[in-house]
Design a protein. Structure first.
Length: 147
């Protein structure tokens, strides 16, 4: 009678490590895609907030006759500035509060604008929070967008 060796089943350490590496690579790809999507979402949310400010500035300009000065800032859309007649400003605010960009920073507002000479400049400093960099979100055409 012959004795049979028991058959061992299971995975070797090398096989397990190979699977762990594959899972790690797939997770890295997924995280990278999600972070790109999150950044896109922040930019789009910031653009939407800028559009709301733009609408409020247009309404303010129609009522008061001019845009708020740089000194008055975007707060002029929430509370009547001291140098504007309350009757001209209107009965209610143009915005409930001044929105911030998706990175929690205040928008930069300048009137008269440096880029939009007849109107105002409105922009977010973007993710890096530095003015004049490539990630800024602006209401004028950047040099890279011009014909």
């Amino acid at each position: 009678m012959r004795l049979r060796k028991p058959i061992q089943s299971g995975f070797t350490f090398l096989e397990i490590m190979f699977v762990v590496v594959i899972i790690g690579v797939l997770a890295g790809i997924a995280v990278q895609n999600l972070s790109k999507r999150a950044e896109w979402s922040r930019r789009e949310a910031t653009k939407a907030n800028m559009k709301a400010i733009d609408t409020a500035l247009s309404a303010y300009e129609m009522k008061v006759g001019d845009y708020p000065s740089t000194e008055q800032g975007l707060e002029a859309l929430v509370k009547c500035p001291s140098d504007v007649e309350k009757e001209d400003w209107g009965d209610s605010s143009y915005l409930k509060d001044v929105p911030k960009d998706a990175w929690g920073q205040k928008f930069v507002y300048k009137y008269p604008g440096e880029h939009n000479v007849d109107e105002y400049d409105l922009f977010s400093k973007g993710r890096d929070r530095k003015e004049g960099t490539e990630d800024d979100i602006v209401n004028w055409k950047k040099d890279s967008e011009k014909e």
